[in-house]
Design a protein. Structure first.
Length: 591
């Protein structure tokens, strides 16, 4: 009889496979251990991270929760051993974060794990120390210990070198750890959290009844003054928390924090629902800042969608999304959005008036006199941006863009022109200027960027997660013309910026730009530099809505004609649309 080719895997191999799903990086270890600490009723969770110059070398999570006795401490390392469920029905009414009984067994299969624990209020004098390495047999001993639990993890992935090889840079891994602690602290403001890296405190929150207090500890009081409380829901979900006024937005969605029944999650559907709640109050291409806590009844949410429990599935998704949208909309429309730091006065804002389309009008050849027409400051701002854009690149050949005579401007966004009095030309002024700046920045990279010092350094505050990414990106930012240095635990001083950005000194704009640059990810240097160049060009370009004089528009068209690719912006959008006589005749049905 032929031997069977299918075999049952050894327990150690099974645990390593499970670890591959649960333990992706050091932050995964922190997540599992912090969740266990919260489930243990901790009032304070302390996360200690150690590293050398290249990688995280150890993680220790200490809590003052209920602790464990000897039998539980040993059993905790067994796969699928848990105190949180007894039968299959318990999965539908789960109010804990960790529950599969896989975390410690999985972590211990790819690392060295040491638990020191002592049960609270049981009259036990000595604590228990349990050590397991690589899924081996536990070493158990009695030690002196305070009430609660301490779990230390060292030599992560020591027996799976392939997984260790795929870890990112130290700063990136630390940023992921910061993110885990941030999200858990916001989901559980009633618990105090501390995060230390090599003994230096990075995050510190206090136990609070108000989520706003935790948000302030993480992101600063300037943000908390802009937060609007939200509360509402329907028979399927309750929605609470805070959203920021439309004056405080982001270029990305990294400050939208969601929790469902105390579990930090991500949901693209809820993010869309929040944006719909803002409606036209949210500027184009911007994201809101939100801290929302959703509460549902047992059985209406499934947290088992992904092994890491990052996502959830609602039984009544549409109703949940509608509740989020309506709750956010009601909160914002009942708030004085211009209140700033003073106490908001409740009012119902009238619907935003629709601006009628402007007719095509010749642009003034010079800026208007003060008090007449558009503000001269607007023209001056556009003129500075255009004059900082140098005329044709040295040696650049003219592309096939025909000679354009400027006729006027539509909606302060599109330049209207003609080619020899025959064809009609529409030019997107922002996309065109973006193309010009992009090629100029590229041409200057070989000789180094041109920077302009700011008269007064701009102080920019970042979240704890972003701080690590900014530290890592400082050399790359310098290559692009940003002179940035640390100024405090979460603050950086921007001393100089690229010349192409003009007189840009608004802290929020610079913060958004730097944040976007560092979040491009640790891709290949060429690809990352390309992405940064596109962003710098986009920020430095004149904007839709900027009024231009005929002289300014003509200069812009001439600069565009000398680019290598005048017909698209760096993101691939068209810059020029040309209507030939035949096309216009067809539109008017003259053929």
């Amino acid at each position: 009889m032929q031997d069977a080719t299918i075999r049952v895997l050894p327990v150690g191999t099974v645990n390593q496979i499970a670890a591959g799903e649960v333990v992706e990086r050091p932050a995964s270890v922190v997540k599992e251990l912090v969740e266990n600490a919260v489930d243990a009723g901790a009032g304070l969770v302390r996360v200690e991270v150690t590293s050398d110059r290249r990688q995280v070398t150890g993680v220790r999570v200490v809590d003052d929760g209920i602790g464990m006795g000897r039998a539980d401490a040993v059993l905790a390392f067994k796969e699928h051993a848990t105190s949180k469920i007894r039968e299959i029905e318990d999965l539908d009414c789960l109010h804990t974060l960790g529950f599969r009984g896989e975390a410690l067994a999985s972590i211990a299969s790819v690392a060295e794990v040491t638990i020191v624990t002592k049960p609270r209020d049981r009259g036990v004098i000595a604590g228990i120390r349990v050590r397991v390495r690589g899924g081996g047999d536990p070493e158990v001993s009695e030690v002196g210990a305070p009430d609660g639990t301490s779990v230390e993890v060292k030599d992560l992935f020591f027996n799976t070198p392939a997984r260790r090889k795929f870890l990112k840079s130290l700063h990136t891994e630390l940023a992921h750890i910061h993110g885990v602690v941030e999200k858990t602290a916001l989901a559980h403001p009633e618990v105090a959290f501390r995060l230390l890296h090599n003994g230096r405190e990075r995050i510190a929150t206090h136990a609070a009844d108000d989520l706003r207090e935790t948000a302030g500890a993480l992101f600063g009081t300037d943000l908390t003054r802009a937060l609007v409380p939200v509360g509402g829901g329907n028979r399927f979900v309750r929605v609470g928390g805070f959203v920021a006024r439309p004056s405080h937005t982001r270029a990305d969605q990294y400050q939208i924090f969601l929790s469902v029944n105390g579990r930090p999650v991500y949901s693209a559907g809820i993010v869309r629902a929040i944006k719909e709640g803002y409606g036209t109050l949210l500027p184009a291409n911007r994201f809101p800042i939100a801290f929302l806590a959703l509460t549902t009844e047992d059985g209406l949410v499934d947290a088992n969608v992904h092994p890491t429990k990052r996502q959830v599935r609602f039984t009544h998704e549409r109703e949940v999304y509608e509740a989020v949208t309506e709750t956010v909309r009601t909160a914002l429309h009942g708030e004085d959005l211009l209140a700033g730091e003073r106490e908001a006065e409740v009012f119902t804002p009238p619907p935003a008036p629709r601006r009628p389309a402007r007719p095509v009008a010749p642009a003034p050849t010079t800026a208007p006199r003060p008090g007449v027409g558009e503000s001269p400051a607007l023209y001056a701002k556009s003129d500075r941006r255009l004059r900082q854009t140098e005329l044709p690149l040295a040696g650049a050949e003219r592309n096939r863009l025909p000679e354009v005579t400027v006729l006027g401007q539509v909606d302060a966004t599109y330049i209207v022109g003609s080619t020899g009095g025959r064809s009609l030309v529409l030019i997107d002024q922002h996309a065109a200027h973006e193309r010009i700046l992009y090629e100029q920045v590229q041409a200057k990279q070989a000789s180094g960027p041109k920077t302009q010092e700011l008269i007064v350094p701009v102080l920019v505050t970042f979240s704890p997660t972003e701080v690590e990414l900014v530290r890592e990106a400082l050399p790359l930012l310098a290559e692009e013309g940003f002179v940035v240095e640390e100024f405090g635990p979460s603050t950086f001083a921007v001393n100089a910026i690229p010349v192409v950005l003009g007189k840009l000194e608004e802290p929020e704009v610079i913060r958004d730009l730097v944040s976007a640059l560092v979040r491009e990810g640790p891709s290949d240097p060429v690809g990352r530099r390309e992405a940064i160049t596109r962003r710098v060009a986009c920020r430095g370009a004149i904007k839709a809505g900027d009024p231009l004089t005929t002289e300014q528009m003509q200069r812009l068209v001439e600069q565009l004609a000398h680019t290598e690719n005048p017909y698209t912006c760096p993101h691939g959008r068209p810059t020029v649309i040309l209507f030939s006589p035949d096309e216009m005749a067809a539109m008017f049905r003259r053929t």
